[in-house]
Design a protein. Structure first.
Lengths: 341, 341
DNA sequence: AAGCTTTCCGCAAAGCTTTGCATTAATGAT
DNA sequence: ATCATTAATGCAAAGCTTTGCGGAAAGCTT
């Protein structure tokens, strides 16, 4: 039991020399003779010595931990972004400590507090769907704690962020539908407090305008970003006297919910209704029919987020919002057969 | 810049008292007078004091960190298990530090080393698909480092573990297929070094026997547990002179690959070929047709894994393998319409 | 041979917390 | 008034590492 790890002191005692000599020998300090260095290094390897990060952290006032708060861990989108963040973090000798807000603003605040208590050097956050106030983020800013946000962001002038080209992508979806012959294009959005909701909504409007379509407020539904609530939103759309012939959802979970509801209603995708999603690559391929979607390069996004974080950490703050180009990948779900109509 | 966190020393200086008094006051030590306690606590809250976990860790020789190594982060199965682990960890005041082996034995070893360097108090591991040696785990055991494995396990007599009732579940799948009228039942397994491969294979054999079916080695394929390699395995099965009328895969990724290959071959699920998977709940519902599958209660599994870990951590070792009951949930993908045959 | 420069190593402080022991002041006892 | 308790607080060490500075020994110069 007890201390499973050996320390400089242990090595020093065994060699009958001082701790400082051991420390210097291990890092090739010029003050130490060659033979001494060799002797020390040999024993260190033999005893499997690794420096104690707690002691180092205490001394250097750095923990090399970076805190991540995401709405959930199990959505592929976040998991993949985390993966990207982690890859860059590891390169820089940092650990990613991950916490989930479970889409709750209370847990979001708790998680942030806990991570700060654990002395992470900074935070990377994607807001929960409930988060409609920003004071907890402002506090971080005023305490000068490095913070980077992504996807669902806020306070763009005070907090560096990485987001997708949401409005553009959204507009392209509408235009894509139009080019495929769809005319009554519906959109299922998320809570209005979220930046992605606003941005994608404005792209939706711009798309309609660009195509010369008349906006119909009945074709816009909000949902709670869950599979079930997306299904319900879709059902409401299907019950309209004049239902849509195309629909797209604000993220992958929503897109799956839409598809499910359409199938359960006995309608065919893409002929009765075209569907497009905002998703990551993987899931678009797994579902049937393969989903036309705006795919985020999630892993790369994660890497960029981490890079922005380290930039903030080392060279100090500067307002900066990185916009990641998404791509509209055409698959089956929006490929209406002309003949049928 | 500098120290964003304040320490006992800061509080002591401000109140003109000693550090020990501050420390004792904050934890209601009887030696400290009531007024002093109040004064100290008030300032501590005002200044937002939180104890420095590095200093505590150094003193108490505990980091309250638990290391997790999984084959990847983006698969829902692992993400969900991690979620479960984390929930219990948090309850016990522990942090989960997560590392991915990316299905590589080298990265698995690296991750373990890194986590140990970071002074996690113990490890929870699911082996990579490449892992065919166990010496790195034996070393952990001999160094008396708490270790719990799950899903893909080894050294059952030395390492506590949580696994599914793999053989049973596998047998039930075969019997389910049989009861639905399928007769040429294929199985796509994973690398033979993995425990899940072995166990599920033995269940497959037992199932065939129980149903009075003659085993046909051609109906057993191995794959590399990726979407693509599963597709390839399925294609090999479809090219057989006497192809299967039912197939199941060792995990969810594989099941999706099987489905994809079948669809691409222009065959219908479940009428031409029945499909069953080992998956978690979520994905079985998202795909089309909804996938009959042995669903793992992943979140609960994670919780049990964490509980076993803490048991090991506090009350010492005892050989123990928890077997989690899975459930075969019938959905569309194995529901052959009798009429067609 | 005495003084000076190198070469090599050890001391001690700092970073933060806990805790056994010592210290001080005050209270009570006689 | 003096001694013995009790109450309240401070000192210092330990846990581990880094690093400026001081010190000892050896080699060199003159």
């Amino acid at each position: 039991m007890g201390s499973r790890h050996i320390s400089l002191k242990d090595l020093a005692r065994e060699l009958n020399i001082s701790i400082s000599t051991v420390s210097r020998a291990l890092k090739d300090h010029p003050d130490i003779s060659r033979e001494m260095k060799e002797k020390v290094k040999k024993l260190a390897i033999e005893r499997n010595y690794t420096p104690n990060p707690l002691a180092m952290g205490l001394l250097k006032q750095e923990t090399r931990m970076i805190g991540i708060v995401v709405p959930d861990l199990v959505t592929h989108f976040y998991a993949s972004i985390i993966s990207g963040i982690e890859s860059v973090a590891k390169e820089n000798g940092y650990f990613a400590v991950i916490a989930s807000s479970n889409e709750s603003i209370i847990k979001e605040k708790e998680s942030i507090d806990n991570l700060l208590k654990a002395r992470v050097e900074g935070l990377i956050v994607c807001m929960s769907r409930e988060t409609n106030t920003t004071d907890h983020f402002e506090k971080l800013v005023s305490r000068d704690i490095p913070l980077v946000m992504f996807d669902r962001v806020c306070l763009g002038d005070k907090i560096p962020a990485v987001i997708a080209d949401n409005a553009d992508a959204s507009q392209k979806i509408v235009e894509h539908f139009y080019s495929k012959g769809y005319r009554r294009i519906a959109y299922v959005s998320g809570p209005e407090n979220l930046s992605i909701s606003k941005e994608r909504m404005s792209g939706y409007r711009a798309g309609l305008k660009a195509c010369g379509l008349t906006p119909d407020e009945n074709l816009v539904e909000n949902c709670y970003l869950t599979f079930e609530s997306a299904k319900m939103a879709m059902n409401r759309l299907l019950e309209l006297p004049n239902p849509p012939d195309a629909v797209y959802g604000i993220n992958d979970t929503v897109a799956f919910g839409l598809m499910k509801a359409i199938k359960e209603a006995g309608l065919k995708i893409p002929d009765d209704i075209g569907v497009v999603g905002f998703t990551d690559e993987f899931h678009s391929v797994v579902v049937t029919p393969a989903l036309t979607s705006v795919t985020h390069p999630t892993f790369e996004m994660g890497q960029q987020i981490a890079q922005l974080f380290f930039k903030r950490l080392t060279t100090g703050f500067q307002a900066e919002t990185l916009i990641v180009k998404t791509q509209l990948v055409e698959r089956e779900s929006s490929n209406k057969s002309e003949g049928r109509h």
